[in-house]
Design a protein around this ligand. Sequence first.
Ligand SMILES: Cc1ncc(COP(=O)(O)O)c(C=O)c1O
Length: 462
Amino acid sequence: MADAGSGTWRTPPAGAAGGAATGAAHGGGERPATGTNAAWFERAVRAIPGGVDSPVRSFASVGGTPFTVGHGEGPWVFDVEGRRYLDLVQSYGAVLLGHAHPVVVEAVCRAASLGSSFGMPTPGEVLLAEAICARVPDCDQVRFVSSGTEAAMSALRLARGVTGRSRVVKFDGCYHGHSDSLLAGGGSGVATLGLPGSAGVPSGAVADTLVVPYNVVPELDDQVACVIVEPVAANMNLVAPRPGFLEGLRRACDAVGALLVFDEVITGFRIGPATASVLTGVTPDLWCFGKVVGGGLPIGAFGGRRELMAALAPSGPVYQAGTLSGNPVATAAGLAVLDEVTPADYDELASRVARFAGALADAIRAGGLSAAVPVAGTLAGLYVGPPPGSPLEAPSDFGGAQAIAASGVYPLFFHALLRRGVMVAPGAYEVLFCGFTHGDAELDAAVEAAGEAAAEVARSLG
Ligand SMILES: Cc1ncc(COP(=O)(O)O)c(C=O)c1O
């Protein structure tokens, strides 16, 4: 693929990381917004609750105010003042080829020029559905929606409709979007803000949601419609399934006639060329997708075997719909991404991420903090704790992740990294997203910055 792991992404504006203003220099030819971060955020707070359209973007748990992004290029984002940051967030995993990748930009422009929404079938949704099903054995059909939240919510309805049962089992610290019945015990922003769930969710909406610990196979009974799980948990930072956990879930579901749902909104086409189900060899009944399959545009999808999907309206009794579902611009972007990368590209990225993770953990420890940087495919976690710089045990459940976050080191490390031009998520429960434009040069720079940041934080902690 073009530009994969090149180590250099186009020509960075002069002044680069750490603060130099570069005005409106921008590889795409368009002029991004200018002004100051402070002025934009002040306006944002007046017009948008908390100044953000998703709580994970706020700096509530790390302190301070977020910068406002003017534009992105490959592995970099630039704030409206022209300051450049190495972006290890990549739109929380939605962007795989780096920002404004030419192939995606061209696909989006081409699709938009033909019309951006019709409320009628289009070739793009067919091509993307075929591309997904071709890569995921036993996923015969998918239906597109507009977000990962809708994908998980709809998969749940389908599971309940097919089984005629109500109860849903989910795992503490897994996040499946913000639908009422799935917010309980949520990771990601729900965990970051320390919320037990959400105000506004009536008790009846969660009465049939059972929250159980990750990595322990729960006992099920014949009331259970489905078990929904992130097969590799990426919303309590990164927690891998213990050997036998997913296999145990499969057996437990089969024993009581419940469906197994893998929420692969993050892992799908990100952890590797297909899914965590393919990597682990455990096949669920239903999958949820999002993020990468929309190439950075709003999308979600859920899918499974043909006979299960046949229960959806119009062929079956489970109603599910969406004005913008299968949107031609989003499906064009997603298809462009899936077509651009090969299995060998993913292997190369996974090797690069493994090297990066090892070096990152070493650098943070050498700087004087304790650290664990677990890896799953192309995903890496980032747990930091107080001095002395020693290995931290990578957690196996949400309780372990919470205990590490409770040390309060992450917010200090986050800001020390940001001052050095490296952007990780402003919350301790997110993973590091490296993409195909994060080459060795960029990742080495991140390692160097992390070592310095760790030393600064360790000194400040005495
Ligand atoms: C595993 C998982 N499922 C579902 C969602 C919800 O997706 P969206 O934010 O597109 O609604 C997310 C979002 O981060 C996620 O990580």
